[in-house]
Design a protein around this ligand. Sequence first.
Ligand code: FE2
Length: 425
Amino acid sequence: MFDLIVKGGFLPDGNVSDIGITGDRITAIEPLGSAEAGQVIDATGDLISPPFVDPHFHMDATLSYGLPRINASGTLLEGIGLWGELKQVMTQDEVVSRALTYCDWAASMGLLAIRSHVDTCDDRLLGVEALLEVRNQVKDYIDLQLVAFPQDGFYRDPKARDNTIRALDMGVDVVGGIPHFERTMADGAASVTELCEIAAARGLQVDMHCDETDDPHSRHIETLAYETQRVGLHGRVAGSHLTSMHSMDNYYVSKLLPLIAEAEINAIPNPLINIVLQGRHDTYPKRRGLTRVKEMLAMGINVGWGQDCVLDPWYSLGTGDMLDVAFMGLHVAQMTSPDEMRTCFDMVTTNNAKTMGLQDYGLHVGAKASLVVLDAGTPVEALRLRAARLHVVANGRVVSQAPRADAALSLPGRPASSRRRHVLG
Ligand code: FE2
């Protein structure tokens, strides 16, 4: 007797199986015949995936688009300035309310694990208080991991260092940084060193906004790889953005990538935001600003797509759909072969789960009973369609359901409905 059986769906590897769930755990992945269950979901012909995972987001800023004004230039720097204005006037209740609304969207999209940076440059630590409350409120359906993020510079902002440490004392999970925004390259490198030491001393992970610039001489990722090894944080550090690598000298990159690989640094490109914010100082040819995704994957580096922003000072669109994120990444990185497209799906599921260090993630017996049933037959079809999330299960409970995307047709001599799903060959 199971609490829930998901019957007959395609697993991401193409096999067909039933999934039996007891409590908050997957307890069987095998043909379950006429086994009894409290609830049955018929997933025949549909794709069953582990939940989507976003390793890079800003939940303290989300859904604030237009407050107190719109980013007129569309640049990263105006966005940072605008966020500084908003921080002066926003209230904790407003941040909690917007974040909870975003979490509703996320759950409906099957996005059940999120790593959010939270600004630690506000003396009140209002965003930290707010997101700690949100983390607690959504814990039954979303794994929310918080990063202490000194947006205005760990050293450049005179109070950021103390406030970042206070935020960690309050229970923020991960140590953040922004070395390319410090006053000098030397300050940036020093910030990487100190922040890695803080993380090592506290047994925490590190996730830095690193080299989010078109400047090919922004090389803080080199220091991050070095310090990761020096303090023994292998596999527990992420470099977010890494956009300067797009513009770096090829010879230098050929030395850099093995250093990133041996430090087991996780890379988080954010394609929607990188393609919008980078290259803004260029005329033509205009750089695209995305880091070297295929080259890092070929080196064995764990790379996963992040979302970064939804309706905030830096980005005026977004829905919380990681298939949108992967779709954009696939295009900008030109990952168009069948294997590469399939990898793009892994980059918003399993690769990101590895970056976040999620325990018991995936579709296997003993794992958390969290999964998504998609209106698609394969991971690549899910990407092509940004397929409807028919059923979302979080820790054994159905938390969201949505209809298929079929349209009713009234065309002479044609079928009554149009299905966008298509079996290749
Ligand atoms: Fe970010």
